[in-house]
Structure formats: structure tokens, C-alpha cells
Design a protein around this ligand. Structure first.
Ligand code: 5GP
Ligand code: MN
Length: 333
């Protein structure tokens, strides 16, 4: 992979640019593709942001998202046409084509230059240009760095700042995880000086729940959370029936995995969700337990040291019992 600086000459003339991110996009995924979309558009390029699954409800307010993002699951022909027509491809907040799910083959077959901006461990050797820094708080922080590298800080508009802030806020757990460096705070200071009203973004993302979602959280914490004091671990397992009961929509399970970690003795939290086509696992830790390694070893996944995910094609019940079996072999502290 050539350094990201080397892609700058390709951006000297207006280009058609395809931007994508991982399946089931989160705040950093949507924030980073939309910030890059706004930036490239301001530079005169024709950018098309494409996601491979539904937009989560808590992000639909994001500037430009509703009008410009193409969801592959709803409009596959349009997404494929944009990919075929593009001269450059940007991949943000993932580093392995399989994380896009539906676009895996098309990206592998695409002959256009592919540019990576990402902060996950172990990028696959499939990118022509790019930057991969696992110590970065978020892909949004890296898009901000990219704009600065292009010497275009003055082009950062309020909509761009709102997208960038969303990703850095959500990926740092509202600026509390250890990845929240002084550089992150300096970036936020810069965004605020450009007119960002940060409390509005916090309200849109975190304080816009439906009543059903709040009741679902109450049910989950009371009925579904198990604590294993011997292993300093917490576990939440959700069946399709649970999700149906509370009419759970995409994004409603966001953040649930963090709740067990608010208990002082819990160092390792897991959420196991039964989806229609697979069982999804989310892992979080505080301190020295590497959940990225755990996800890679046992659940075909990966991510970061303190936040990772994986999946299983075994049944929901078999996955839960396998998880409980391996829990006794690890000792998060
Ligand atoms: P989440 O639990 O929110 O889905 O994911 C937590 C972190 O782990 C995110 O940074 C996400 O990108 C990463 N992650 C989630 N699932 C997978 C997976 O299946 N493979 C890899 N490599 N990373 C994942
Ligand atoms: Mn991220």
C-alpha cells in the first residue's frame, strides 16, 4: 500500500469517486463517508457514498445522508453503476472487503485505484494507497487529518464538522476511552471554532430515543443481563423473539454492550444477537484484556483492543454455550 500522500496527484482534476464503508454502519462509518463526501464535493469531484445495509435511525439527520447515500440492499443496480463508473474508490472504517458483505466480490474485481482510511488492526493487502493507524480514535479523526494533509482546513464547513464530530464522539464513547488523545480534543476545538454546535449532535445521537427503545433497555438490563463475578464478565444474549417483542430497529441495540462495563468489577462485556442470517457478537473491555484477539481467535472477527466484534454460523444456542465454555479459560482483570 502506497502512502496516502501519493493519491493527492490523482485528485488534482475532478474525479468520479466511490466511497464505501462496512456493513451495518455505525456513527464513525457514516460520519467519515459523509465528511469525505462533503469535502470531495467542495473540491469539485463527483462523490457517491454507498453503504451495504440500512441506515441506522439515529444517524438519518446527518447532513446530506438522506439525499446522497445509496443503500446497496435497497438500490443494488444504482450502487453497482456508481462503482463501475468511478475512477477512484475510497474505503473508510474497514480494511477487509468482506466487512462490506455485499460488495466483497465487486471490490475485489474492481480495477480502479483503491484508497484506505482506517483505524482497525491488520489491513488486508488489497489497497493501492492509504493510511491505517490503529491508535487513532476514529476514522473521522483520520479524515480530518487527510483534509489537513491536503492543506484544506479552511474548507471545513459546519455540515462537514457535524459529520466528523459524530464519528469521533461515538467511537470514543463521548471522549472517555483511552484513544481520546490531545489531538482529538484539538480537532474538536477547531471544529467548534468553525461553528459546530456540539451539544446538538450529542442530543441527536444519544437523546432521541423512542419510548419503546428505553423500555427495551429496561427489559434487557433486568431480564437479559448475566454477570459472571468469577470471570469479571457480563453477558447479554438477545433472540429474534426479544427483538420482535420490542419492535427493535437498526441502531436500537447500539451501545447495549457497554452497560455491563459500568459495573465496577466487570472488565469484559459481550452482546450476542440472533440475526436472520447469522449470530452477531460484540465485545468490549476495560483495561488489559484484548477483545480484538479474542474475537479473531474464537469468532472470525476483529476490531480494536477494547472494542471488537465477530460472528458465528452455528445456532444461537450453540454459540451461547460455546461462549460460556471458553469464558472459563480466560481471566479478564
Ligand atoms: P461492534 O461491536 O460495534 O459491531 O464492533 C466493534 C468494533 O469491532 C468496530 O470497530 C467494528 O468495526 C469491529 N468489528 C465488528 N465486527 C467485526 C468483524 O466481524 N470483523 C472485524 N475485523 N471487525 C469487526
Ligand atoms: Mn471506527
Amino acid at each position: 500500500m502506497l502512502p496516502i500522500q501519493d493519491v493527492l496527484p490523482l485528485l488534482q482534476t475532478p474525479r468520479r469517486i466511490f466511497i464505501t464503508t462496512h456493513h451495518k454502519p455505525d456513527g464513525d462509518a457514516i460520519g467519515s463517508i459523509m465528511a469525505l463526501y462533503h469535502y470531495l464535493t467542495a473540491k469539485g469531484h463527483k462523490a457517491t457514498p454507498v453503504i451495504t445495509s440500512e441506515m441506522p435511525d439515529f444517524l438519518t439527520w446527518m447532513p446530506g445522508a438522506e439525499d446522497h447515500i445509496i443503500n446497496y440492499e435497497a438500490e443494488s443496480k444504482k450502487a453497482e453503476a456508481a462503482l463501475n463508473d468511478a475512477e477512484i474508490i475510497f474505503g473508510l472504517d474497514f480494511n477487509d472487503f468482506s466487512r462490506t458483505k455485499h460488495l466483497e466480490q465487486q471490490l475485489a474485481n474492481a480495477s480502479q485505484p483503491k484508497v484506505l482510511i482506517d483505524h482497525h488492526l491488520f489491513p488486508k493487502p488489497v489497497w493501492d494507497y492509504g493510511i491505517s493507524i490503529p491508535d487513532k480514535s476514529s476514522t473521522c479523526e483520520m479524515v480530518y487529518d487527510f483534509i489537513n494533509l491536503c492543506e484544506d482546513n479552511a474548507l471545513i464547513s459546519v455540515p462537514m464538522a457535524e459529520c466528523l464530530y459524530t464519528g469521533v464522539m461515538t467511537d470514543t464513547g463521548s471522549f472517555r476511552f483511552p484513544v481520546t488523545t490531545s489531538a482529538v480534543h484539538l480537532m474538536v476545538a477547531d471544529l467548534i471554532s468553525k461553528g459546530l454546535e456540539h451539544s446538538h449532535i450529542h442530543e441527536k445521537v444519544y437523546d432521541s430515543w423512542s419510548i419503546k427503545r428505553m423500555q427495551f433497555l429496561g427489559y434487557v438490563l433486568l431480564e437479559k443481563m448475566e454477570i459472571f463475578p468469577k470471570y469479571n464478565a457480563g453477558l447479554i444474549c438477545l433472540t429474534r423473539k426479544d427483538l420482535k417483542l420490542f419492535e427493535v430497529t437498526t441502531g436500537d441495540t447500539e451501545g447495549l454492550v457497554n452497560y455491563p462495563l459500568s459495573i465496577g468489577s466487570v472488565r469484559f462485556a459481550t452482546l450476542i444477537t440472533e440475526r436472520s442470517d447469522e449470530v452477531k457478537l460484540s465485545f468490549r473491555s476495560k483495561g488489559d484484556f484484548d477483545v480484538s484477539d479474542f474475537a479473531r481467535k474464537h469468532f472470525n472477527g476483529g476490531g480494536h483492543f477494547n472494542a471488537s466484534g465477530g460472528r458465528s454460523t452455528s445456532s444461537f444456542l450453540d454459540t451461547v454455550s460455546y461462549f460460556k465454555q471458553i469464558l472459563s479459560d480466560i481471566h479478564p482483570r
